[in-house]
Design a protein around this ligand. Structure first.
Ligand SMILES: C[S@@+](CC[C@H](N)C(=O)[O-])C[C@H]1O[C@@H](n2cnc3c(N)ncnc32)[C@H](O)[C@@H]1O
Length: 431
């Protein structure tokens, strides 16, 4: 097993849930050693990590090259203890980081990003970044290698390179971005092995032939819900409220055999064209899709019973609101949608195979007075025969200690986007 460091997107719980689901769906051995909103440290098979394009919620993945107690970092930078600083220098020098960088032919360009979940060290991130940068530069000089350290202006809020900077400067190919990840007890030094490519996700969003802005789910979130449904190559995947097919596209890229259903005839045509475009764009001749018109109330008739391995879907979150609603208005929105959701859950149970998974997005409203108004879907799902899958189970956290309690026991994941007054609640169920 090797230790990988994961830097997540804005919603770290969703990103972590996605990674765990992705690994479990592939029966991968893994152990979550540390998590915080800044980064995760996961021990996995050596092969995992370069396939970042499979994940919607991960921004960078690094491979750990050195680890030492965070106490040494505190002594080095709080107390300015020279001996502790020498220990960090030694640790960097004996890791393979500099040797790998020294192999490149031209003048080396490298960067350092600091991710810090230890509050007391956070304001020292820029100092730490410059220290690590100059240590590596000195080591490279000692190896006879000319190098350039990608420093940045002091007014930058975080001492971190963005994934776009890493992409543009080819730092992954050259193994030349160092991630300095400071946890509560341990600190890891890693080399970036993969970064999220926003242009790929953007391409599928804005260049697909048919768009529909108002109901659209961002492709990265679509990929996350596909992964939460345990979708792997060859499985039968269904989105019964498929719209223009954003979720179906991500499932097709995950190499599932894809079925879409929508009540609206224009959507059926639009989603089919979008999927055909995707197949051509990504040269995927070996994957199949089918999109049919139909009402979800008759889903089992359309799709057949016990036919589907995974469902991930967002039926309808209610109207686009200009203002945060009052409690009565939020309750009215939920009441109006309830029959659609309740009817669908029963149909979903029928079309799924045994052990098949349903990932369902429901509206999550925080009212003007701060009260949470949600769709009471757990009870309904359980009465249909589903078992609730909690995104985080105890056994994944054997090394993460008591902090795991913050996650274990969560029944759903919330995705809030400040532009929308109605957020998403993501539930996972198993037949
Ligand atoms: C929120 S949109 C899905 C958007 C989709 N995730 C996307 O990003 O393209 C919901 C879709 O459900 C469809 N729909 C609404 N009621 C339906 C029903 N009873 N049966 C089937 N489809 C329905 C609507 O036509 C709409 O396209």
């Amino acid at each position: 097993m090797t230790t990988k460091l994961f830097i997540s997107g804005k919603n770290w719980k969703l990103s972590l849930g996605e990674i765990i689901s992705y690994l479990e769906a592939r029966n991968a051995k893994f152990d979550l050693e540390y998590f915080s909103k800044e980064f995760f440290a996961i021990n996995t098979d050596p092969g995992f990590g370069s396939n970042i394009e499979d994940l919607g919620g991960t921004i960078k993945i690094g491979e750990a090259k050195a680890k030492f107690p965070t106490e040494i970092v505190k002594e080095s930078f709080h107390d300015k203890n020279k001996q502790a600083q020498a220990q960090i220098t030694q640790s960097l020098a004996t890791s393979s980081i500099v040797d790998e960088m020294a192999k490149s032919e031209e003048k080396m360009l490298f960067g350092v990003s600091v991710y810090c979940s230890e509050k007391t060290l956070r304001q020292l991130s820029s100092v730490i970044q410059r220290f690590v940068g100059s240590t590596i530069k000195n080591e490279l000089t000692d190896c006879g290698k000319k190098s350039k350290f990608m420093g940045f202006s002091k007014d930058r809020r975080l001492a971190q390179l963005s994934h776009v900077e890493v992409l543009k400067k080819n730092l992954v190919e050259n193994k030349s971005e160092v991630l300095f990840c400071i946890g509560k007890d341990d600190t890891w030094v890693a080399v970036t092995i993969a970064v999220h490519n926003p242009f790929e996700f953007q391409k599928r969003d804005i260049y697909k032939p048919n768009q529909r802005k108002i109901f659209a789910m961002p492709p990265r979130l679509a990929r996350i819900i596909v992964n939460l449904s345990a979708c792997t190559p060859g499985k039968v995947f269904l989105d019964p409220f498929c719209g223009v097919g954003t979720v179906l596209q991500e499932a097709l890229l995950a190499r599932a055999s894809v079925i879409g259903v929508d009540v609206n005839a224009w959507c059926v045509k639009a989603a089919s064209e979008n999927l055909q475009w995707l197949k051509n764009e990504y040269s995927m001749q070996d994957v199949e899709f089918r999109v049919v018109q139909g009402d979800v109330g008759r889903l089992a008739e359309k799709v057949g019973q016990d036919m589907v391995d995974c469902i991930a879907t967002e039926p309808d979150l209610g109207p686009a609101l200009r203002q945060i609603p009052t409690v009565p208005y939020a309750q009215k929105i939920i009441e109006k949608l309830r029959p659609l959701y309740f009817g669908f859950v029963e149909q979903a149970y029928r079309v799924l195979k045994q052990n098949g998974r349903l990932v369902l997005v429901t509206p999550y409203i925080v009212s003007r007075s701060g009260q949470q108004i949600t769709m009471p879907i757990d009870e309904r799902a359980e009465s249909c025969g589903f078992r609730l899958v909690q995104p985080f189970e105890k056994q994944n956290f054997s090394k993460a200690g008591s902090r795991a309690e913050e996650l274990v026991g969560l029944r759903s994941l919330i995705e809030a986007d400040e532009r929308h007054k109605i957020s998403r609640e993501i539930h996972i169920y198993q037949k």
